[in-house]
Design a protein. Sequence first.
Length: 323
Amino acid sequence: MEKTDLRIVYMGTPEFAVESLKCLVEGGYNVVGVITMPDKPVGRHGSVLQPSPVKEYAVSQGLKVLQPEKLKDEHFLEELRALHADLQIVVAFRMLPEVVWQMPRLGTFNLHASLLPQYRGAAPINWAVINGETETGITTFFLKHEIDTGEIIDQVRVPIADTDNVGMVYDRLMRLGGNLVLKTVDAILNNSVKTVPQEKLAEGTVLHPAPKIFKETCRIDWTKGVKAVYDFIRGLSPYPAAWTELCEPDALPVTLKIYETTKEFTSHSLVPGTIVTDRKSYFKVATTDGYLHLLSLQLAGKKRMDVSDFLRGYRHTDAATVR
């Protein structure tokens, strides 16, 4: 079978999923349908509907788009069957019911942004950086019942530098993901796939989960060491962003998002969360084994700014702390 004869249904929603779809389209593959999330209400009153990045690209290419509210809805399943897909590809979409992922004759594979079986879950890139990993990657695998557990088709390993934040790693994996999707489709076409059970790769290792990140997840714990807090901040930068509360005596705490820091390892006797600053050029916060120098931050209701601009505009007392 030629790639133009292989009927592909693509499933994805965010920007991360656009690159792989774009590679398929520009590579001449036969994408017969795109499944994405329903348009999202935005604006003050939710009166404007915002299409997903995947939908925007699919529409620009004249591809058929389906946006089911529920993946078990019989009307959607009839529309999906009518596409007569040979293969389904999932990139950053949602958990599929068995009736969907078992539909095509060649199966359904997923692109996941980690080196499975490590970092199964909704936020693999964030957690890899938060945990101080020096390497991550992308994996294609066939879907089965349990989420992110199917047999691995292929992987690409990617280094994480100590200065990388999650946005940098995200962009790197997104670009490489498109190429891995094409390589995986070609291997399926050529019947050259040799899968590996994840259980085999997991033997003798401690697996790290990658659960969904909520606002409270992003709160900084200053009682941890310099390295742990540094990695936590870059693992959430630029989005959704780590935060803390800037506290003054007799005043309500103010939320402070932190995007970039540098490390200073040193002994001190200060309580974690104590602020040390010259009020002009540096603003650092004590942890258990040193300080984090804040370089880029954002006060609630303000724009993101570098530390010198922040210090020019914010006058805090010597009793100010973060917590």
